[in-house]
Design a protein around this ligand. Sequence first.
Ligand code: ARG
Length: 467
Amino acid sequence: MADGTHDTKSSNQMWGGRFASGPDAIMEEINASIGFDKKLFAQDIRGSIAHATMLAHQGIIAQEDKTKIVEGLEAIQTEIESGNFEFSRRLEDIHMNVEARLAALIGPAAGRLHTARSRNDQVAVDFRLWVKEELQRTERALTGLIEAFLDRAEEHADTVMPGFTHMQTAQPVTFGHHCMAYVEMFGRDRQRVRHAIEHLDQNPLGAAALAGTGFPIDRHMTARALGFREPTRNSIDTVSDRDFALEFLAVAAIAATHLSRLAEEIVIWSTSQFGFIRLSDAFSTGSSIMPQKKNPDAAELVRAKTGRINGSLVALLTVMKGLPLAYSKDMQEDKEQVFDAAESLELAIAAMTGMMRDMTIRADRMKAAAGSGYSTATDLADWLVREAGLPFRDAHHVTGRAVALAESKGCELADLSLEELQAIHPDVKAGIFDVLTVEASVASRKSFGGTAPAQVREQIAWWRTAL
Ligand code: ARG
C-alpha cells in the first residue's frame, strides 16, 4: 500500500505474486493435502463405514444415523469413482472433503461420524490400508518377475557364459545360473514385502487424537472389519508411527537397487561389444540421428528410478527424524514419497518382467566369451591338485605360468601343446585337456548352489514349488 502498511487479505507485493489473497491463501497452499491424499478416498470411506458400524453396534450412535451415514458414504464413493466429486482445497484433505460432502448429502447425522475419532487415527488407518494393498500388489508383481526368470533359467540351464568378478572374466557359469541369482534377490524382496505386511497389520482406529477415547468403542471389531490382525496397543505410538511407510520405502529401495543391477547388466549385455542379448523392439528405442542404434532406454530408466525411490526413503526418514510424540503436521509429507515410490517400483518391475521375457539370448556369443580370458585357469589348477597331487598354492603358481605362456603366444590355454605344459610341470598328462573346455568346467561345479546345469535345475525345481 502507498503508506507502507499492507492488507493481509490482499496479495503482498514482495512475496504474494501468485497468491490471490495474501497469507490466507499461502496457508491454504502449504496446509492442504487434498491434491495428493485424494488417492486415499476408498480407504477413507472404508474406515468410516467400519467406524460408524462399530459406533452403532456399541450404542454410541443411533442405528438410523448409522444407516444414513453408510448410505451417504457409499454414494460419495460412487461420485468419486465416476469423476463427479468436486474436491475442495479449502477443506484441506480427503477426510474433511468426504465429511463435508456427507453433511451436504445426509444433514446433521453426518456430524455423528467423527465421534470417538480424530483425523490423526483416521489418516493412520487410511494410509496403512493403502500401503498394505500396495505391498500386496508388489508381492504379486515380484512373483511375476521371478516366474519370468525361472522360465529363462530353465531354457538356458546349459547355456555357458562368462562369470565375472570385478567385471573381469572369472570362471564360466551358465546363463541359467545367473538368472537364478536374480531369483534369489527378488525372492528376498518378496520375503521382505511379506514381513512388512505382517508388521503393519494392526488397526490404528480408536487411538483418536492420541490418548484414546472415553466412549465405549470396540477396536477389535473395527480391526476385523478392516482386515487387520488386531488393534494397535498404544494410542500415542499409533498416531505418531509411520514405520509402515518407512518400511515400505526401505523394501522398495532394496528391490529397486536389485532392479538397477539387472538394468546395468542388460545395458552392458546389449552393447555390440558384448552382444550377449538382443532386446525386443518393444523394450528399446531407436536414435533420431544414428540409424544403426537400438537403445536400452527401458533398462536405463529402471536404473534411474532407483535414484527416485532411494530418495523417497531418505526424504521420509528425514521428515520423521527428531519429531516429538505424538502427531505433528510434518507427517503429512509421508504420502507423496510413498505414492511416487510405489508408482516407480510398479513400473520398474513391470518393465523388467517384459524385458526378461522378450529378450533374445545369444548363446553363441555368450559361449565364445565364456572361453576367453583364461576362464578355465582354475580348472587347470584343480586338475593339478586332483590328478598330480600338488598343493593348491603350487598348482596356482604353475597355472599362472601356463596363462603367461598362452598370453605371450596370443592363444587360449587349450591351444597350448602337451609338451609346452609339461615343460612347465612334468606331471601334466593329456587328460588335462578334458577340463579346459567351458562345458567341462561348468559341469564339474556340482556343489550345492553351484553352476552345474544339474544343480541349477534342482534350484529351479525348488523355487517352482516354493512359489
Ligand atoms: N492431512 C493430514 C495428514 O495427512 C491428516 C491429519 C490431520 N490432523 C491434524 N490434527 N491436523 O497428516
